[in-house]
Design a protein around this ligand. Structure first.
Ligand code: NAP
Length: 256
């Protein structure tokens, strides 16, 4: 091979590498652009525009009652108001009975729906039999697993009272939503309808300053996805004839 041939073949292999790198760069840029458009344009458009103009689901058709955990403040109280405004009766679950009574009265007066309260501290694990008992006779159409707690510390081992704190976070954030789904899901499957909203967090991507909280929210998202995949097409009465009209669904990731 003479020198010219060597230079030519070097040039060709270099060009091929360049082409490959250009292609990888192009595909990566396109994927990033799609993600950006989805997050910055499509999601807000869907949430704040489409949701307003499209006919929504008539939640009352899913069941007469909505159950909300962590219902006396923040996002949970917001859910109670929105669901009551849509005509659903509400079960409020939280720790403080005074706050529960106050919020229950507020909702009854404002929306004229029936409101029940249930005092329960999700730090404990011996509350679920009582909750199951209280909900057994109710026609639950919507469950909002909202209750959540967090601690923000510099690093995992700097968590104050680490054993208690981490156990509390896992009980309130993970055990609560898991057990509440286990309590309500059989009834929803039996009726072939219902919606479960599990409140996760952007923290699920992993904040180093709140590792246990972030991981617990990742659990919330993951369990929600698994439940959705397992049950979205199932139901006690499901068969070939009514498959298309089956209306049970789980609303999974609610990103706050
Ligand atoms: N706020 C945010 O910026 C944000 C961001 C991302 C995700 N989230 C998630 O959204 C959800 C709600 O957040 P939030 O900020 O609205 O909550 P919040 O204001 O701190 O919570 C208020 C409600 O939770 C109840 N609660 C707290 N600990 C409880 C326990 N151990 N047992 C029973 N009830 C308990 C409180 O009732 P009592 O006062 O009666 O105990 C109150 O009704 C959480 O899951 C949170 O992780 C919030």
């Amino acid at each position: 091979m003479d020198t010219l041939e060597v230079i030519y073949s070097e040039f060709l292999s270099h060009t091929n590498n360049c082409n490959l790198l250009t292609l990888v760069g192009l595909v990566t840029t396109i994927l990033c652009l799609i993600t950006l458009i989805r997050v910055l344009v499509w999601t807000p458009f869907k949430l704040y525009f489409l949701a307003q103009v499209l006919p929504g689901v008539d939640l009352k058709k899913l069941g007469k009652w909505a159950v909300i955990t962590g219902a006396t403040g923040g996002i949970g109280k917001g859910y109670c108001k929105v669901l009551a405004e849509k005509g659903m009766n509400i079960v409020l679950i939280s720790r403080s009975s005074e706050k529960l009574a106050k919020v229950a009265e507020e909702i009854r007066e404002a929306y004229g729906v029936v409101v029940r309260t249930l005092t329960a501290d999700f730090h404990s694990t011996d509350i679920y039999e009582r909750i199951e008992e209280e909900l057994r006779e109710l026609d639950v159409g919507v469950l909002v697993n909202n209750v959540g707690t967090s601690n923000v510390t510099a690093t995992f081992l700097k968590t104050t009272n680490i054993l208690q704190t981490t156990t509390d976070i896992l009980h309130v954030n993970c055990v609560s939503m898991t057990n509440m789904c286990a309590i309500v899901l059989p009834q929803m499957l039996h009726k072939d309808k219902g919606v479960i909203i599990n409140i996760s967090s952007i923290g699920r991507i992993g904040f180093l300053g709140a590792p246990v909280y972030s991981s617990s929210k990742s659990y919330v998202s993951k369990l929600s996805e698994c439940l959705q995949r397992t049950y979205r097409n199932s139901g006690k009465h499901q068969n070939q004839e009514n498959k298309k009209s089956f209306s049970f669904s789980i609303c999974i990731k609610f990103k706050v």
